[in-house]
Design a protein around this ligand. Sequence first.
Ligand code: CAA
Length: 262
Amino acid sequence: SAAKTYENIIVEIRPNKVALITLNRPKALNALSTPLLNELVDALQVLQNDASVGAIVLTGSEKAFAAGADIKEMSTKSYMEVFQNRLFGQTDAIVQKIQKPVIAAVNGFALGGGCELAMMCDFILAGENAKFGQPEIKLGTIPGIGGTQRLARAVGKSKAMELVLTGRFMDAAEAERSGLVSRIVPAKDLVEEAVKTAGTMAAFSQPIVSIAKECVNAAFETTLAEGLRLERRLFYSTFATNDQKEGMAAFSDKRDPKFTNN
Ligand code: CAA
């Protein structure tokens, strides 16, 4: 299927059922302006509704995934403007509405809203040159797209507090050690490795992948007992699909499964 065209992002559909979204405001290090965020949310929704796409990769440039929200756009806004226009409210849809897996492929700076956007994705693959941080404190503000919550859940209280309160950046090795990123990849190979990894997920049953994603996300929202109950129910629900029958039959027959997404 042909990809839609935007001004601040580039969307490509790869042959392996993977959509690659590239943030494309190089002169501003991919600062997350309102037009960029609106386009990103639109693109994700279009890809969510595109049956030919099974997984999504979100990336930036080798220098910057995204250096934060657009400071120049925000600098003179009043309280009433940000409150009534719900600044960054459109980003809630990324987590709430996108059932397909989204990988953040982070090279260079992922700062402020850039780090927060990466953390909204399902997992982060980092180039060895990646730098993560929540430097909002240096600007007289605090993270506003989930940084205080998701960073604390990802790396624990001590490191989250240090990063949020001092604005210190951490490199890829520290980010991997602390659980923020799943793997480090040489910078030049990062995007293709992410597309390949997304392709692995895109080859599985799409509804089953979405159910698995929903379950892991529930781990961050609920008690262990409720989460286990949800998991067991959703596990049982997979037995209502053809893809579960096909996947298990293919194993017994020693052949590759042919998933049909139902
Ligand atoms: N917003 C707007 N413009 C930005 C930007 C941002 N977040 N980050 C970088 N830019 C612009 C710079 O202003 C500069 O533009 P000009 O050429 O017009 O001056 C251009 O991108 C290149 O940046 P630098 O010259 O600063 O590049 P550098 O290599 O010297 O430094 C950097 C790189 C350390 C990332 C530095 O750009 C920087 O500190 N950026 C801001 C990081 C930041 O504070 N992010 C948090 C934003 S607030 C936020 O995100 C709120 C929230 O949680 C919702």
